[in-house]
Design a protein around this ligand. Structure first.
Ligand code: SF4
Length: 603
């Protein structure tokens, strides 16, 4: 029996897993006691990994137009069809739709190919749905997409405010850590959620606000904190800008806040008192904020309260966006969103020039590409004529699935690569490419608290499935881009990724993995969980990545919901505790139906 340290492939907590393999089969898993994210804990999904591996039918066969073929033939046919569209209609007629399930090395080469060599910004990802709003909010507030806290802050906090987060189900190990801190230290917990979820079991206060009214709530909190003398004037003066304008636009009296949020004035008062009395406050938010109307404004409304009161940059305090997927953060690092170029650089002239020189790229994209929903709209409109969907199931996971189905039918060339066989999206594939799944692939992921962890192969690949990075590199070479895609291992890609993050980075970008660019293959293989920035906390001495070095309070105002205007039911989505996303990897495991056996609606 061998024991291998690896990382759970499901949520953004990024738990370390110790996998036990015997005779080439995964026989058991346990939480990795040494991993800083979970310290030995696992949730039901993670604990069932051995069973899920056993039950999941894996994709092993490449196909072109439904006919089985070799992996190499399929890759070259995919490249031929992509190349034809590029030649006829230009680079912006093709796109990649990626996934927070990909490893950082896969993400890196996909982003490099599209944005540096094909010459389009059309790379977006299912992570668009789970945290792109937090990315935008961080950039507005801090000048860079950096989560300014870590999980250890949960244990140091006096108050934890959970906003739009059913942590007990969606990020169970974080919930366990919060519950343990509450039991040990008396940490207060506030849950802000329209529904009374399982997370409310540990709440000292639950605010069942009207769906979508978070901006009104946090604008009221901001106003109250200021009016009651809780502004940290020294911090605001030395380290921020925009406080005056933000306070002006946020101003709301309690009656107006109660009207917007549907909360009683007494409940609003109780929340404000709790917040004001505890400097060490972490406000943790996830999909209820990020994956919603006005998601970016909601995140900035939360961040504003932390900046006004100096609740950031000290142990146990800060705004904390939890990512949904295991490597949403890795995708953000490489720039795998349509609105980023690479390695925390954007599309400005200096960044484009720097990335072009580093990659020696023939055609760096001129500007942002199409974001997820816009991308599928463009497929439906016929302007995107070829798309490659990697490791995700948009036929189910994107909103308005009827429209997504139309888009996939209309698009002339749909390439799908996945480890799961027969997903709803794979049925639309003109070219299908089997990909390695968890336990077979090898690389890195980054969790919600910026910790890079190794995902290690536990057994050989099944059938003709290949690593995504290897498929992308073969595809790039088939398109004619021989230089730049001759990688032979994920370690080699990681070194280039780390080197790009450090290239002409004089401290301008917190994301700098420079020292890791010199890792040997053995050192990469043995890499322990590693948080960036490598040399200390994010934003040392409260110097932010904005031009002025100051954090920015951002004026935001509550907007009505589209569904409110129509005076109809407000529908809200949730998660099943023991299933993962569209269930392509967990829906075959009987144990994972024990908690919720069938879909339900709560009215
Ligand atoms: Fe995996 Fe998330 Fe559960 Fe940890 S909390 S074991 S990362 S699903």
């Amino acid at each position: 029996m061998t024991r291998t340290r690896t990382t759970c492939p499901y949520c953004g907590v990024g738990c370390g897993v110790e996998a036990r393999v015997e005779g080439g089969a995964l026989i058991a898993v346990a939480g990795d006691e040494a991993h800083p994210a979970n310290r030995g804990r696992l949730c039901v999904k993670g604990a069932a990994l051995a069973e899920s591996q056993h039950h999941q039918p894996l994709a092993t066969q490449a196909a072109i137009d439904g006919r089985a073929t070799s992996w190499r033939s399929a890759v070259h046919e995919a490249a031929r069809r992509f190349g034809k569209v590029i030649a006829q209609d230009g680079p912006d007629a093709v796109a990649f739709y990626l996934s927070g399930q990909l490893l950082t090395e896969d993400y890196y080469v996909a982003n490099k190919l599209m944005k540096g060599f094909i010459g389009s910004g059309n790379v977006d990802t299912n992570s668009r749905l789970c945290m792109a709003s937090a990315v935008a909010a961080h950039k507005r507030a801090f000048g860079e997409d950096v989560v300014p806290v870590s999980y250890d802050d949960l244990e140091a906090a006096e108050l934890i405010v959970l906003v739009g987060s059913n942590t007990a189900w969606a990020h169970p190990v974080i919930y366990q850590r919060i519950a343990a801190a509450r039991a040990a230290r008396g940490t207060k917990v506030v849950v802000i959620d329209p529904r009374r979820t399982a997370t409310c079991d540990i709440a000292d206060l639950h605010l069942p606000l009207r769906p979508g009214s978070d901006v009104a709530l946090f604008n009221y909190l901001l106003t109250w904190l200021h009016d009651q003398g809780h502004t940290d004037q020294g911090f605001v003066t030395a380290h921020t800008q925009g406080a005056e304008n933000t306070l002006h636009s946020a101003r709301a009296d309690v009656a107006k806040a109660a009207e917007h949020t549907g909360l009683s004035e007494a409940t609003l008062e109780a929340f404000c008192e709790l917040f004001a009395a505890r400097r060490r406050t972490v406000t943790l938010f996830s999909q209820g904020v990020n994956q919603s109307d006005q998601g970016t404004d909601k995140a900035n409304a939360i961040i504003n309260c932390h900046l006004l009161t100096g609740r950031i940059g000290i142990a146990g305090a800060g705004p904390f966006s939890m990512t949904g997927q295991p490597n949403a953060m890795g995708g953000r690092e490489v720039g795998g969103l349509a609105t980023q170029l690479a390695a925390h650089m954007d599309f400005g002239a200096a960044d484009r020039d720097r990335v072009q020189r580093f990659w020696q790229a023939p055609a760096v994209a001129y500007g942002p590409g199409l974001k997820a929903v816009d991308l599928f709209d463009a497929m439906a409109a016929g302007t995107i004529k070829a798309v490659w969907i990697m490791g995700t199931n948009p036929a189910v996971s994107l909103p308005d699935s009827g429209r997504i189905a139309q888009a996939l039918e209309r698009c002339a060339t749909v390439i799908v690569s996945d480890c799961a066989i027969d997903t709803d999206t794979a049925r639309y594939a003109d070219v299908f490419l089997p990909a390695l799944g968890w336990g077979e692939k090898d690389g890195t992921v980054t969790n919600s608290e910026r910790v890079i962890s190794r995902q290690r192969a536990l057994r050989p690949a099944t059938g003709t499935a290949q690593a995504d990075w290897a498929t992308i590199c073969e595809f790039a070479r088939a398109l004619g881009f021989r230089r730049g895609f001759n990688f032979e291992s994920p370690a080699e890609i990681f070194r280039e990724h780390a080197a790009l993050s450090a290239f002409e980075n004089d401290g301008d970008r917190q994301f700098d993995l420079g020292p890791l660019a010199a890792l040997s293959d053995d050192e990469y293989d043995a890499l322990p969980p590693t948080r960036w920035p490598l040399n200390g906390p994010a934003f040392p001495e409260q110097r932010y990545s904005t031009a002025s070095g100051r954090a920015q309070l951002v004026p935001v105002t509550q907007q009505p919901l589209a569904s409110e205007a129509a005076d109809t039911f407000i529908l809200n989505s949730g998660r099943l505790r023991d299933q993962w996303h569209t269930m392509t990897r967990t829906g075959h495991t009987p144990r994972l139906f024990a908690h919720t056996g069938r879909p339900s609606i709560a009215l």
